[in-house]
Design a protein around this ligand. Structure first.
Ligand code: BGC
Length: 735
């Protein structure tokens, strides 16, 4: 019966019997020909089946034609452990423990495109080995407020930095025959009310701040997939949003890949048909929303769509377009016989993660050079704080991982100190003792029945006898910290940490605070603490990476991808806009005044600036020069600056180019990042750094004309070691 059916439907049997490869399977044929051939062989039902999930993370192929299923996996930082077919519960596999890479905030703080490529290649190989053909990441939503629970999954506050850093990641992933699915498009800058909130933002901020990293991901990274976000824009769900998907993504940017919904982000069949969505996931199963049995048939793009087609209410043009795009995805991934096989959980990937972590750690402050710890003279090190021992590869929501192993900061330090120094530990405070995240058990029991006072007293008394005290604190991946689904409630550190740090500083003047977080935190004790390190979430090799920087095996070279404000109201979203708005609406009244753009304009001194990060060596900058004084809209202009390592050890410096428009018809930021380069210099070595820009770097988005404008007039190229540590400037003219 089945064989007859196959014969009747598409005649593939005849072709196979003659031992000829059907055109759609013939990799020597042009992709479009293959797509059209496959399409001709498919029934309407088979086509519709490809448009929606068949399980939590997969969608149907066409079994009859040998077109494989599509398998998605979270997320940006490692390959998520298997869940059950139809539930979020762990499947209990024993072969799915991955390498956890550093969170994307750490990647962007390397300011090193090579690290981004390495990251993409490594995580892509892990996805490939696990037979996933779509990696749900990277994320490039802009850091609008330090309270956003998901900032740790993104690449910071600056559209240029995020845009440059996302491109190699995508290329690296896709070299493995795995699609990168860039998320969450767009304007998903908070977790509060994420399913219902409509974002009101002006076009200029949309184009200048919130879209450029997505555009770079699509046009330069060549991403094969993009994920719509949960929130609304112009009153429409972003997963089926006419403006974002049809007009901008496909219309203006020419995106030919697949648009995938966020899990449970679809809520209307007609809009899903006509507003640019291709694949629907996570709708009516017992995950994000309430379910019915046989849920997948009830997806918006399943039976409801088929019914509309059968009744003639809608045609099949959109159906075919969607299937064409999904078929192309298959040809690039599962049906690409030349793609590599991948590898999983390897030492090579762990070491790649460690390198990225080492380059992303930021030395924020280092008075009297108390870092690096000199193990020749330091005999007793005291580590304090829950984050010295707490697992951080778990938690945070969909990016939560089951890592093969995770080296804690305390263990990393102990291993490195070895026989040189004794490393003691005091808890200092008790924060979150959850033992399981997304069904992954940590195996840790962090519960502590001692009172705040007892924990503090123990740490303080031990601190008095230590040669140096390292406090590992910050946030964690639990709700209302750095985690999906909720936002932080304030800028301050949780769990009595400010008090502990203040008391430790009184007890021992050699105190280092390592802040583990994906977000800026308030530091009321900043002047009492001589050394501060931004430690991020560093993945499998966290403890080794931190120890190598703390002891000076590695010279820190990361710089902040977002500003640390002193207080919340220094931040544009909190001072001028709304956060989190109401259930229905949030207004981005601050417009383009995001991050350092607002600090600059209002002359607000940040706690730590965008682009800031210290080294154990010192760098001296020469004066910037330009190859011309004037340029036209068709020219390029090149700036050169010499940078010298004036200390006594090798190190890397991130040299930043900002552009300032001296006079413009619209208010413009005081300066905007338009170039950066990370250079490695031996002690005494000097290198010339060059930046070449064209009119794109001078342009703003004119909302009335709906185009980018570079206004003739005077500009300045500004070279900085951070957005506030300006080294030199040079003027030039656009004719
Ligand atoms: C998240 C996505 C994730 C998806 C699948 C959603 O809740 O927003 O980032 O990829 O779940 O786990």
């Amino acid at each position: 019966m089945k064989a007859v059916f196959i014969l009747l439907v598409a005649g593939t049997f005849t072709l196979n019997a003659q031992n000829k490869i059907p055109v759609y399977m013939d990799e020597t044929k042009p992709v479009n020909e293959r797509v059209e051939d496959a399409l001709l062989r498919m029934t309407t039902e088979e086509k519709a089946a490809m448009l929606h999930a068949q399980s939590k993370f997969s969608s149907a192929g066409v079994a009859r034609l040998g077109i494989p299923e599509n398998w998605m996996t979270d997320g940006p930082h490692g390959i998520r452990p298997e869940v059950l077919w139809d539930e979020w519960e762990q499947a209990g596999w024993t072969n799915d423990s991955c390498i956890a890479f550093p969170a994307l905030t750490c990647l962007s703080s390397t300011w090193n495109k090579e690290m981004s490529l390495l990251y993409g290649r490594s995580i892509g190989a892990e996805a490939r080995y696990r037979n996933k053909n779509v990696l749900l990441g990277p994320g490039v939503n802009i850091y609008r407020t330090p309270l956003n629970g998901r900032n740790f999954e993104y690449m910071g506050e600056d559209p240029y930095l995020a845009g440059r850093m996302v491109v190699p990641y995508i290329k690296g992933v896709q070299e493995n025959g795995v699609a990168a699915c860039v998320k969450h498009y767009a304007l998903n800058n908070q977790e509060t009310n994420r399913h219902t909130v409509n974002v009101i933002v002006d076009d200029r901020a949309l184009y200048e701040i919130y879209l450029p990293a997505f555009k770079a991901a699509v046009q330069e990274g060549g991403a094969w997939a993009i994920m719509g976000s949960y929130n609304l824009y112009k009153g429409q769900q972003c997963c089926h949003n006419r403006y974002l998907l049809n007009d901008i993504l496909r219309g203006e940017w020419g995106f030919e890949g697949v648009v995938i919904s966020d899990w449970g982000g679809v809520n209307d069949t007609r809009e899903a048909i006509f507003h640019g969505l291709d694949m629907e996931f996570g709708s009516w199963t017992d995950g994000l929303t309430d379910g019915v049995s046989n849920a997948y048939d009830h997806y918006y793009l399943a039976l409801p769509y088929l019914k509309m087609i059968r009744s003639g209410e809608v045609g099949t043009k959109e159906l075919d377009e969607k299937v064409r795009r999904i078929l192309r995805l298959s040809f690039l991934t599962t049906m690409n016989s030349k793609r590599p096989y991948g590898s999983f959980g390897t030492e090579e990937h762990a070491l790649a993660g460690r390198r990225i972590a080492q380059e992303g750690i930021v030395l924020l402050k280092n008075e009297n050079n108390i870092l690096p710890i000199d193990l020749n003279v330091t005999k007793r090190i005291l580590a304090v704080g829950e984050n010295a021992i707490k697992m951080m590869t778990v938690g945070g929501g969909s990016s939560s991982l089951k890592a093969i192993y995770e080296v804690s900061p305390l263990d990393g330090l102990k291993q490195r100190a070895g026989l040189h120094a004794e490393v003691l530990y005091a808890r200092g405070y008790a924060g979150d003792a959850s033992r399981s995240y997304n069904g992954v058990k940590t195996g840790q029991n962090l519960s502590d029945s001692r009172s705040e006072r007892e924990l503090l007293d123990e740490a303080v008394s031990m601190a008095k006898d230590a040669d140096i005290v390292i406090f590992f604190g910050g946030l964690n991946k639990s709700d209302f910290q750095d985690s999906e689904g909720t936002d932080r409630k304030g800028l301050e550190l949780p769990y009595n940490q400010d008090k502990v740090i203040t008391e430790l500083a009184k007890a021992n003047n050699k105190l280092v605070v390592v802040n583990i977080s994906g977000n800026a935190v308030a530091m009321p004790w900043v002047n009492q603490v001589p050394a501060i390190v931004q430690g991020w979430y560093l993945g499998t090799e966290a403890g080794h990476a931190l120890a190598s920087v703390l002891t000076g095996d590695v010279n820190p070279s990361g710089k902040l991808p977002f500003s640390f404000p002193v207080k919340l109201t220094d931040n544009g979203a909190h001072a001028m806009g709304e956060f989190p708005g109401t259930k229905e609406e949030v207004k981005y009244n601050e417009g383009i005044w995001v991050g350092y753009r607002r600090h600059d304009a209002k002359k607000i001194k940040p706690l730590f600036s965008f682009g800031h990060g210290l080294s154990y060596t010192t760098f001296e900058y020469g004066k910037v020069s330009a190859d011309r004084k004037e340029m036209t809209a068709n020219d390029k202009i090149t700036f050169t600056v010499n940078v010298k390592n004036t200390g006594n050890r090798e190190g890397a410096e991130i040299v930043q180019l900002y552009i300032r428009d001296l006079k413009s018809s619209l208010p413009r930021p005081v300066k905007e990042l338009k170039g950066f380069d990370k250079i490695r210099l031996n002690a005494g070595e000097e290198k010339a750094v060059t930046f070449t820009i064209d009119k794109e770097a001078l342009s703003y988005f004119d909302a009335d004309k709906h185009e980018w404008i570079a206004e003739p007039g005077d500009f300045e190229a500004i070279i900085g070691a951070s957005s506030t540590d300006i080294k030199s400037k040079i003027g030039f003219k656009l004719k």
